[in-house]
Each structure stands twice: as C-alpha cells, then as structure tokens.
Design a protein around this ligand. Structure first.
Ligand code: CP3
Length: 334
C-alpha cells in the first residue's frame, strides 16, 4: 500500500505523505527549459515522452509521495472540440461553444484525440521512480469546466450571471461535460492513474441557491463514478463556503482545503482524510516562516489522516529550494 492510500483507505495517521498541486511546472528550471522549446501548451501535454518526463521532474528533486500527470483540466473541452489556447502571461483562451460539434463527438474519437495522455500515464506508471508512490490522474469538476467553456477565459473574482441565461444550453452542456469527464477518468485509470483528484477551482463563485445544481449533484456523480472504478477520489472545492456540507453531500475519499479556511475549524467538523491548506505564498517567504507555518498544519492534523499539500498550486516565483526544505520539514516531523 502506498503512503497516500494508507492514509486515505486505512486512515493511518502516523505518516504524513506529501505531494504538491502544480508540482510540475513553471517554478522548475528544467520545466521552463522544455517549455521554451514547446510553445504550444496543448501539444506539449499531448507529447507522451515529454509529458512523462515533466511528470517525473519533481520526483527526481524531492522525496514526495506522488506524481501528478502533466496535463491540464482544459484538455477535456479540447477533446470535445472547443478551441483551447494558452497565452503567455494571460492564461487560457477558449473558442466559441458549438453544441452541434460537441454532440457529434463519440467516446472513440475523444479517446483517440487524447490518447497520448493515456500513453504518458502508462509510460510514467512503469517508471521505477514511481515505486510505492501514487500516480495521480485528474479532472476539473463539472462546474469549473462549465465556467471555462462559457467564460472562455479564467474568471477574475466573479462571473457575469448573463453567461448562465440560456438554461437549455447549460443543461445540455452539463450532461456532455459529465459524460466526457467520466470517459477521461476511466481512460486515466485504465492506463495507471491510482488516485483521481477533482479540481473545482471556481467552486467559490457559485451562487448559493445554485450550489446543488452546479456543484453538489454533478460532483457526487463524478465521485461515485471514481469510486466505482476502485480508485480514491480527492476533491478540491476551492473557496467553497461550507466544507463540512460539501463533504457530507459529495462524499469524497479525501478533501483538499484551500488556504482561506481555518484548519482548526476543519478538524472539528470534518471526519474524512484531509489534504493541503498551506498558503503557497508562504513558500515565497523565508525558511523560518515556512517551518513555523508547516508545523502549524502538522500539529493541527497530528491525530487525523492528513496528506501534506498546499491550499492552491505552487506559484511560478517559488524557489525549488524552499520546496525541498518544506518536504524535509514534513518528513522529519514526528
Ligand atoms: O499539478 C501538476 O503539476 C500537473 C499539471 C496541471 C496543470 N494544470 C499544468 C499547467 C494541473 C493539475 C493543472 C490543473 C489546472 N489547470 C487547474 C486546477 C488547479 C488550479 O490551479 O486551480 C486550472 C484552473 C487549470 C487551468 C489553467 N491551466 C490555467 C488558469 C493556466 C494558466 C495559469 C497557470 O495557472 O499556470 C493553465 C496553464 C498551465 N497548466 C501551466 C501548467 C504547468 C502553465 C503553462 C505555462 O504557461 O508554461
């Protein structure tokens, strides 16, 4: 049993496994080196050798307990036939929505289009660096994917409600999104993903009265699907108002908390294994502050199954030495 599974399935509290959201990425010079020569981000995700190499980069540097496959949550809209581009210093830009195109896509074409990602998972899972470690596959939650597909770029602090006026379109789109997220999950698990993380990066933006329709119901459906494949599901409902209710309704195997929630409140209210929490900006400070903040989370979750991670992804400005120091602090904690 891998350390993360021991924590999630056996509820072991003595070891505190560790990995990072966005652990493979722009803060690593070796990633930037590859990225420089590969301007098209989607094509880079679809290059199985390079994608596997990037996935393994953080494992070569740090004593972490999992790899997360190098890809993006927006690969699913891409697979469906929506245009997806990444503009430097801006982020993703998506093309217009055409349901008639999306409806024509069948499982087979979708799987074929994304096949290199599944090949990369297979290649990575066979690498000796993965010995007794998990290979994390992932999807965006239906709500976050819906937001990107409609808004066509990252929403800033809020989303215009007029985006959601056409209810018939939204309902049809949501059904399609759920269908293809499940296919993407199944394909990842078949090729070696041992855990699935569901990123709901924009969960904090949903209107309170729409939370069941857009977050609870579709997330529960996806979590149940992951569980049916005998693989643990970790949810990250970033900035959701009520983590307790979210966990009770959607029943993930573990939950990643964001850095705005008070971990002391979480420990009082949440029974399932917890992951993450530390503000990634702490990695931009100094070792002393980093140690203090890291120990804070370790102390609070001392008697709880806890996977060390951040409250959002590693920032591009992060010095890899700080990441190394953080891993050391967690591994030496008794
Ligand atoms: O975690 C990992 O290292 C695995 C790979 C991974 C990427 N994106 C690679 C990536 C994962 C798990 C993601 C998830 C993702 N993608 C999320 C959910 C997590 C979160 O951060 O909230 C979201 C919202 C996206 C969409 C996305 N992709 C955005 C908004 C951006 C641009 C800004 C940014 O955060 O980097 C991306 C691009 C992206 N995805 C990069 C990487 C390494 C940077 C590409 C580059 O410009 O070099």
């Amino acid at each position: 049993m891998t350390p993360i599974k021991d924590c999630i399935i056996n509820k072991k509290i003595h070891c505190k496994p560790i990995w990072f959201m966005r652990q493979a990425g722009r803060y690593l010079p070796e990633f930037r080196e590859i990225r420089k020569k590969n301007q098209n981000f989607i094509q880079l995700c679809l290059n199985k050798e390079l994608s596997s190499e990037i996935t393994l980069q953080p494992l070569k540097r740090f004593k972490i307990d999992a790899a997360i496959i190098f890809s993006d949550i927006l690969i699913v809209p891409y697979g469906l036939g929506q245009k997806v581009e990444f503009k430097k210093d801006f982020g993703p830009i998506l093309g217009d929505i055409d349901l008639n195109i999306f409806k024509k896509i069948e499982e087979e074409n979708f799987t074929k289009k994304l096949n290199s990602i599944y090949e990369s998972l297979k290649l990575t899972s066979e690498n000796r660096l993965l010995n007794n470690k998990d290979l994390i596959g992932f999807v965006g939650a239906p709500w976050t994917i819906l937001v990107y597909m409609l808004n066509k770029q990252s929403p800033k602090k809020k989303i215009t409600s007029s985006l959601f006026n056409n209810e018939k379109l939204i309902d049809e789109l949501l059904i399609l999104i759920k269908k293809f997220l499940k296919i993407h999950i199944k394909n990842q698990v078949k090729r070696g993903a041992s855990i699935i993380q569901i990123f709901d990066s924009w969960a904090g933006l949903v209107e309170e009265k729409k939370i069941s329709k857009y977050i609870y119901d579709p997330t529960l459906e996806i979590v149940e699907y992951v569980k049916s494949l005998n693989v643990p599901a970790i949810c990250f409902p970033r900035e959701i108002k009520d983590y307790k209710e979210f966990c009770e309704v959607t029943k993930p195997d573990a939950v990643n908390i964001d850095y705005n929630v008070d971990p002391k409140e979480i420990i009082k209210n949440i029974k399932i294994p917890v992951q993450g929490g530390l503000d990634p900006k702490i990695l931009l400070t100094d070792k002393e502050t980093l140690k203090k903040e890291t120990l804070k989370y370790l102390e609070i979750f001392k008697n709880h199954p806890y996977i060390f991670n951040l409250g959002h992804g590693v920032l591009p400005e992060t010095n890899p030495e700080m990441v190394e120091y953080l891993v050391k602090t967690v591994k030496e904690y008794k």
